[in-house]
Write a protein that binds this ligand. Sequence first.
Ligand code: 8YV
Length: 333
Amino acid sequence: MPGRFQKLDHKPRVIVTRRLPQPVETRMAELFDVTLNLDDHPMTREELAAAMGEAEVLAPTVTDQIDAALIEGAGPQLKLIANFGVGVDHIDLAAARARGIAVTNTPGVLTDDTADMVMTLILAVARRVFTGERMVRAGEWQGWSPTGMLGHRITGKRLGIVGMGRIGQAVAARARAFGMSVHYHNRHRLPKAIEGPLEATWWPTLEAMLARVDIVSLNCPETQETHHIINDQRLRQMQRHAYLINVARGPLVDEEALVAALERRGIAGAGLDVFEHEPAIHPRLLELPNVVLLPHMGSATFEARQEMGEKVITNIRVFADGHRPPDQVLEDY
Ligand code: 8YV
Protein backbone atom coordinates (compact mmCIF):
# COMPACT_ATOMS: atom_id res chain seq x y z
CA MET A 1 0.00 0.00 0.00
CA PRO A 2 1.64 3.32 -1.01
CA GLY A 3 2.53 5.50 1.95
CA ARG A 4 2.26 2.65 4.42
CA PHE A 5 6.00 2.73 5.18
CA GLN A 6 7.41 6.07 6.34
CA LYS A 7 11.09 7.04 6.28
CA LEU A 8 12.41 7.66 9.79
CA ASP A 9 14.43 10.84 10.43
CA HIS A 10 16.43 9.19 13.19
CA LYS A 11 18.12 5.88 13.98
CA PRO A 12 15.34 3.37 14.73
CA ARG A 13 14.93 2.43 18.38
CA VAL A 14 15.43 -1.35 18.31
CA ILE A 15 15.12 -3.84 21.18
CA VAL A 16 16.56 -7.33 20.65
CA THR A 17 15.15 -9.98 22.97
CA ARG A 18 18.03 -12.52 22.96
CA ARG A 19 21.78 -12.56 22.33
CA LEU A 20 22.59 -12.70 18.63
CA PRO A 21 25.95 -13.59 17.00
CA GLN A 22 28.60 -10.98 17.85
CA PRO A 23 29.03 -9.52 14.31
CA VAL A 24 25.25 -9.05 14.11
CA GLU A 25 25.10 -7.23 17.45
CA THR A 26 28.11 -5.07 16.50
CA ARG A 27 26.51 -4.02 13.22
CA MET A 28 23.18 -3.36 14.93
CA ALA A 29 24.91 -1.08 17.43
CA GLU A 30 26.45 0.87 14.52
CA LEU A 31 23.20 1.26 12.62
CA PHE A 32 20.47 1.48 15.23
CA ASP A 33 19.66 2.92 18.64
CA VAL A 34 19.69 -0.63 19.96
CA THR A 35 19.23 -2.35 23.31
CA LEU A 36 20.75 -5.83 23.40
CA ASN A 37 20.02 -8.63 25.84
CA LEU A 38 23.56 -9.15 27.08
CA ASP A 39 22.86 -11.99 29.52
CA ASP A 40 20.57 -13.78 27.00
CA HIS A 41 17.84 -14.58 29.53
CA PRO A 42 14.46 -15.32 27.90
CA MET A 43 12.42 -12.17 28.52
CA THR A 44 9.48 -12.34 30.90
CA ARG A 45 6.07 -11.18 29.73
CA GLU A 46 6.56 -7.99 31.77
CA GLU A 47 9.91 -7.32 30.10
CA LEU A 48 8.40 -7.89 26.67
CA ALA A 49 5.53 -5.54 27.48
CA ALA A 50 8.02 -2.88 28.62
CA ALA A 51 10.08 -3.37 25.44
CA MET A 52 6.96 -3.04 23.29
CA GLY A 53 6.11 0.19 25.10
CA GLU A 54 9.44 1.70 24.09
CA ALA A 55 10.81 0.14 20.88
CA GLU A 56 10.01 1.21 17.33
CA VAL A 57 11.31 -2.18 16.24
CA LEU A 58 11.20 -5.36 18.33
CA ALA A 59 13.54 -8.18 17.21
CA PRO A 60 12.20 -11.29 18.97
CA THR A 61 12.87 -15.01 18.61
CA VAL A 62 10.86 -18.20 18.91
CA THR A 63 11.12 -18.06 22.73
CA ASP A 64 8.99 -14.89 22.93
CA GLN A 65 5.21 -15.34 22.96
CA ILE A 66 4.00 -12.12 21.32
CA ASP A 67 0.28 -12.65 21.79
CA ALA A 68 -2.70 -10.41 21.00
CA ALA A 69 -2.80 -8.84 24.47
CA LEU A 70 0.87 -7.82 24.27
CA ILE A 71 0.40 -6.38 20.79
CA GLU A 72 -2.75 -4.49 21.80
CA GLY A 73 -0.84 -3.09 24.79
CA ALA A 74 2.16 -1.99 22.69
CA GLY A 75 2.95 1.71 22.42
CA PRO A 76 2.01 3.61 19.25
CA GLN A 77 5.73 3.90 18.37
CA LEU A 78 6.03 0.12 17.70
CA LYS A 79 5.93 -0.24 13.93
CA LEU A 80 7.89 -3.40 13.13
CA ILE A 81 8.39 -6.84 14.65
CA ALA A 82 11.52 -8.13 12.89
CA ASN A 83 11.60 -11.79 13.91
CA PHE A 84 14.91 -13.68 14.08
CA GLY A 85 13.69 -16.95 12.54
CA VAL A 86 11.32 -18.19 9.85
CA GLY A 87 8.41 -19.48 11.91
CA VAL A 88 6.10 -16.74 13.19
CA ASP A 89 3.61 -18.92 15.07
CA HIS A 90 4.68 -17.23 18.33
CA ILE A 91 3.44 -13.86 17.02
CA ASP A 92 -0.27 -13.06 16.74
CA LEU A 93 -0.29 -11.88 13.12
CA ALA A 94 -3.95 -10.85 13.10
CA ALA A 95 -3.37 -8.59 16.11
CA ALA A 96 -0.26 -7.12 14.45
CA ARG A 97 -2.21 -6.45 11.26
CA ALA A 98 -5.02 -4.79 13.22
CA ARG A 99 -2.51 -2.50 14.96
CA GLY A 100 -0.68 -1.67 11.69
CA ILE A 101 2.53 -3.31 12.90
CA ALA A 102 4.60 -4.92 10.15
CA VAL A 103 6.12 -8.39 10.77
CA THR A 104 9.20 -9.78 9.02
CA ASN A 105 11.05 -13.11 9.24
CA THR A 106 14.29 -14.65 7.91
CA PRO A 107 13.47 -17.17 5.16
CA GLY A 108 15.95 -18.99 2.94
CA VAL A 109 19.13 -18.77 4.98
CA LEU A 110 18.36 -21.71 7.27
CA THR A 111 16.80 -23.99 4.64
CA ASP A 112 19.81 -26.23 3.97
CA ASP A 113 20.87 -26.58 7.59
CA THR A 114 17.34 -27.51 8.66
CA ALA A 115 17.02 -30.02 5.81
CA ASP A 116 20.37 -31.51 6.86
CA MET A 117 18.94 -32.00 10.34
CA VAL A 118 15.99 -33.92 8.88
CA MET A 119 18.43 -36.31 7.17
CA THR A 120 20.45 -36.53 10.40
CA LEU A 121 17.35 -37.59 12.32
CA ILE A 122 16.19 -40.05 9.63
CA LEU A 123 19.59 -41.76 9.69
CA ALA A 124 19.92 -41.53 13.47
CA VAL A 125 16.54 -43.19 14.07
CA ALA A 126 16.66 -45.79 11.30
CA ARG A 127 20.30 -46.77 11.98
CA ARG A 128 20.08 -46.49 15.79
CA VAL A 129 23.05 -44.13 15.89
CA PHE A 130 22.52 -42.83 19.43
CA THR A 131 21.73 -46.28 20.87
CA GLY A 132 25.12 -47.40 19.56
CA GLU A 133 26.87 -44.28 20.78
CA ARG A 134 25.40 -44.66 24.28
CA MET A 135 26.40 -48.32 24.36
CA VAL A 136 30.03 -47.49 23.51
CA ARG A 137 30.25 -44.68 26.06
CA ALA A 138 28.70 -46.89 28.76
CA GLY A 139 31.44 -49.47 28.18
CA GLU A 140 28.77 -52.03 27.24
CA TRP A 141 30.04 -52.89 23.76
CA GLN A 142 31.24 -56.49 23.66
CA GLY A 143 32.56 -56.33 20.09
CA TRP A 144 31.17 -56.77 16.60
CA SER A 145 28.43 -59.30 15.97
CA PRO A 146 26.59 -60.32 12.79
CA THR A 147 23.24 -59.58 14.37
CA GLY A 148 24.18 -56.68 16.64
CA MET A 149 22.81 -53.14 16.33
CA LEU A 150 20.66 -53.84 13.29
CA GLY A 151 18.61 -50.97 11.99
CA HIS A 152 16.85 -50.32 8.71
CA ARG A 153 18.18 -49.31 5.29
CA ILE A 154 16.87 -45.96 4.08
CA THR A 155 17.79 -46.46 0.41
CA GLY A 156 14.66 -47.45 -1.49
CA LYS A 157 12.29 -46.29 1.22
CA ARG A 158 9.37 -43.91 0.72
CA LEU A 159 9.62 -40.50 2.37
CA GLY A 160 6.39 -38.56 2.90
CA ILE A 161 6.97 -34.82 3.35
CA VAL A 162 4.19 -32.79 4.96
CA GLY A 163 4.64 -29.21 3.71
CA MET A 164 6.61 -28.85 0.50
CA GLY A 165 7.93 -25.30 0.85
CA ARG A 166 11.60 -24.33 0.80
CA ILE A 167 12.66 -26.72 3.55
CA GLY A 168 10.44 -29.57 2.33
CA GLN A 169 11.95 -29.30 -1.15
CA ALA A 170 15.49 -29.22 0.26
CA VAL A 171 14.68 -32.39 2.22
CA ALA A 172 13.32 -33.97 -0.97
CA ALA A 173 16.54 -33.23 -2.90
CA ARG A 174 18.62 -34.82 -0.15
CA ALA A 175 16.30 -37.83 0.06
CA ARG A 176 16.67 -38.40 -3.70
CA ALA A 177 20.45 -38.42 -3.27
CA PHE A 178 20.01 -41.16 -0.65
CA GLY A 179 17.89 -43.20 -3.08
CA MET A 180 14.56 -42.61 -1.38
CA SER A 181 11.35 -41.94 -3.28
CA VAL A 182 9.69 -38.63 -2.54
CA HIS A 183 6.02 -38.23 -1.67
CA TYR A 184 4.45 -35.05 -0.41
CA HIS A 185 1.27 -33.60 0.95
CA ASN A 186 0.78 -29.90 0.42
CA ARG A 187 -2.31 -27.72 0.02
CA HIS A 188 -1.31 -27.13 -3.61
CA ARG A 189 0.41 -29.41 -6.06
CA LEU A 190 3.84 -28.07 -7.05
CA PRO A 191 4.59 -27.10 -10.66
CA LYS A 192 5.96 -29.88 -12.86
CA ALA A 193 9.28 -28.00 -13.06
CA ILE A 194 9.79 -28.66 -9.34
CA GLU A 195 8.09 -32.06 -9.09
CA GLY A 196 9.89 -33.47 -12.13
CA PRO A 197 13.55 -33.45 -11.02
CA LEU A 198 12.52 -34.73 -7.57
CA GLU A 199 10.26 -37.41 -9.11
CA ALA A 200 7.89 -36.34 -6.35
CA THR A 201 4.37 -37.73 -5.96
CA TRP A 202 1.69 -35.35 -4.66
CA TRP A 203 -0.93 -36.77 -2.30
CA PRO A 204 -4.00 -34.52 -2.05
CA THR A 205 -5.00 -36.17 1.23
CA LEU A 206 -2.62 -36.61 4.13
CA GLU A 207 -4.33 -39.79 5.33
CA ALA A 208 -3.67 -41.62 2.06
CA MET A 209 0.00 -40.63 2.09
CA LEU A 210 0.53 -41.58 5.74
CA ALA A 211 -0.70 -45.11 5.04
CA ARG A 212 1.81 -45.59 2.22
CA VAL A 213 5.14 -44.10 3.33
CA ASP A 214 7.95 -45.47 5.50
CA ILE A 215 9.13 -42.16 6.95
CA VAL A 216 7.07 -39.01 7.57
CA SER A 217 8.84 -35.63 7.82
CA LEU A 218 6.94 -32.59 9.07
CA ASN A 219 8.07 -29.43 7.29
CA CYS A 220 5.05 -27.14 7.42
CA PRO A 221 4.50 -24.02 9.51
CA GLU A 222 2.33 -24.18 12.61
CA THR A 223 -1.02 -22.52 11.99
CA GLN A 224 -4.58 -23.12 13.16
CA GLU A 225 -4.95 -25.63 10.32
CA THR A 226 -1.77 -27.56 11.08
CA HIS A 227 -2.00 -27.62 14.90
CA HIS A 228 -1.98 -31.34 15.87
CA ILE A 229 -1.92 -32.31 12.20
CA ILE A 230 -0.44 -35.54 13.53
CA ASN A 231 -2.97 -36.80 16.07
CA ASP A 232 -4.06 -40.19 17.37
CA GLN A 233 -6.15 -40.98 14.30
CA ARG A 234 -3.37 -40.11 11.88
CA LEU A 235 -0.74 -41.97 13.89
CA ARG A 236 -2.97 -45.03 13.55
CA GLN A 237 -2.93 -44.53 9.77
CA MET A 238 0.88 -44.77 9.68
CA GLN A 239 2.53 -48.13 9.08
CA ARG A 240 3.92 -50.01 12.08
CA HIS A 241 7.44 -49.88 10.69
CA ALA A 242 7.24 -46.11 9.95
CA TYR A 243 9.20 -43.30 11.58
CA LEU A 244 8.04 -39.75 12.31
CA ILE A 245 10.53 -36.87 11.98
CA ASN A 246 9.71 -33.36 13.25
CA VAL A 247 12.10 -30.42 12.89
CA ALA A 248 9.30 -27.89 12.30
CA ARG A 249 7.17 -27.09 15.35
CA GLY A 250 6.25 -29.23 18.36
CA PRO A 251 2.51 -28.46 18.37
CA LEU A 252 2.13 -30.00 14.91
CA VAL A 253 2.08 -33.27 16.86
CA ASP A 254 -0.28 -34.29 19.66
CA GLU A 255 2.61 -35.40 21.86
CA GLU A 256 0.43 -37.46 24.22
CA ALA A 257 -0.88 -39.41 21.21
CA LEU A 258 2.65 -39.81 19.84
CA VAL A 259 3.93 -41.22 23.13
CA ALA A 260 1.02 -43.69 23.19
CA ALA A 261 1.70 -44.73 19.57
CA LEU A 262 5.39 -45.29 20.30
CA GLU A 263 4.64 -47.23 23.49
CA ARG A 264 2.22 -49.61 21.76
CA ARG A 265 4.63 -49.90 18.79
CA GLY A 266 1.98 -48.43 16.50
CA ILE A 267 4.93 -46.73 14.76
CA ALA A 268 8.57 -47.79 14.92
CA GLY A 269 10.22 -44.59 16.13
CA ALA A 270 10.53 -40.84 16.03
CA GLY A 271 13.22 -38.19 15.55
CA LEU A 272 12.22 -34.95 17.23
CA ASP A 273 14.01 -31.59 17.25
CA VAL A 274 10.96 -29.70 18.56
CA PHE A 275 8.40 -30.39 21.28
CA GLU A 276 4.84 -29.41 22.06
CA HIS A 277 5.75 -27.63 25.31
CA GLU A 278 9.47 -27.04 24.77
CA PRO A 279 11.81 -26.81 26.53
CA ALA A 280 9.72 -29.21 28.65
CA ILE A 281 9.83 -32.76 27.29
CA HIS A 282 7.03 -35.27 27.85
CA PRO A 283 8.49 -37.47 30.63
CA ARG A 284 7.47 -40.74 28.91
CA LEU A 285 9.30 -39.70 25.72
CA LEU A 286 12.50 -39.72 27.77
CA GLU A 287 11.86 -43.36 28.69
CA LEU A 288 11.45 -44.60 25.12
CA PRO A 289 14.36 -46.33 23.36
CA ASN A 290 13.04 -45.78 19.84
CA VAL A 291 13.23 -41.97 19.78
CA VAL A 292 15.99 -39.44 19.15
CA LEU A 293 15.46 -36.14 20.98
CA LEU A 294 17.31 -32.93 20.05
CA PRO A 295 17.09 -29.42 21.57
CA HIS A 296 15.56 -27.39 18.67
CA MET A 297 18.85 -27.11 16.82
CA GLY A 298 17.78 -27.42 13.16
CA SER A 299 19.17 -24.02 12.20
CA ALA A 300 21.98 -24.01 14.77
CA THR A 301 25.00 -23.35 12.54
CA PHE A 302 27.25 -20.32 12.86
CA GLU A 303 26.52 -19.56 9.21
CA ALA A 304 22.73 -19.70 9.46
CA ARG A 305 22.51 -17.69 12.68
CA GLN A 306 24.75 -14.95 11.26
CA GLU A 307 22.77 -14.82 8.00
CA MET A 308 19.50 -14.75 9.96
CA GLY A 309 20.86 -11.73 11.84
CA GLU A 310 21.85 -10.06 8.58
CA LYS A 311 18.30 -10.56 7.33
CA VAL A 312 16.90 -8.96 10.48
CA ILE A 313 19.20 -5.97 9.92
CA THR A 314 18.21 -5.67 6.24
CA ASN A 315 14.52 -5.79 7.11
CA ILE A 316 14.94 -3.06 9.73
CA ARG A 317 17.07 -0.86 7.43
CA VAL A 318 14.68 -1.07 4.48
CA PHE A 319 11.77 -0.41 6.81
CA ALA A 320 13.51 2.61 8.40
CA ASP A 321 14.21 3.90 4.89
CA GLY A 322 10.47 4.02 4.25
CA HIS A 323 10.16 0.94 2.04
CA ARG A 324 8.40 -2.39 2.32
CA PRO A 325 10.91 -4.74 4.02
CA PRO A 326 11.89 -7.72 1.85
CA ASP A 327 10.68 -10.41 4.24
CA GLN A 328 7.32 -8.90 5.11
CA VAL A 329 5.13 -11.78 6.37
CA LEU A 330 1.68 -10.21 6.12
CA GLU A 331 0.96 -10.43 2.39
CA ASP A 332 -1.98 -8.05 2.48
CA TYR A 333 -0.30 -5.51 4.74
C1 8YV B 1 15.17 -20.73 14.80
C2 8YV B 1 13.22 -21.93 13.74
O1 8YV B 1 16.33 -21.07 15.45
O2 8YV B 1 13.47 -20.19 12.17
C3 8YV B 1 12.72 -20.94 12.78
O3 8YV B 1 11.49 -20.90 12.58
O4 8YV B 1 12.53 -22.78 14.15
C4 8YV B 1 14.59 -21.99 14.28
O5 8YV B 1 15.40 -22.62 13.34
C5 8YV B 1 14.28 -19.99 15.74
O6 8YV B 1 13.02 -19.79 15.25
C6 8YV B 1 14.85 -18.66 16.07
O7 8YV B 1 13.88 -17.76 16.52
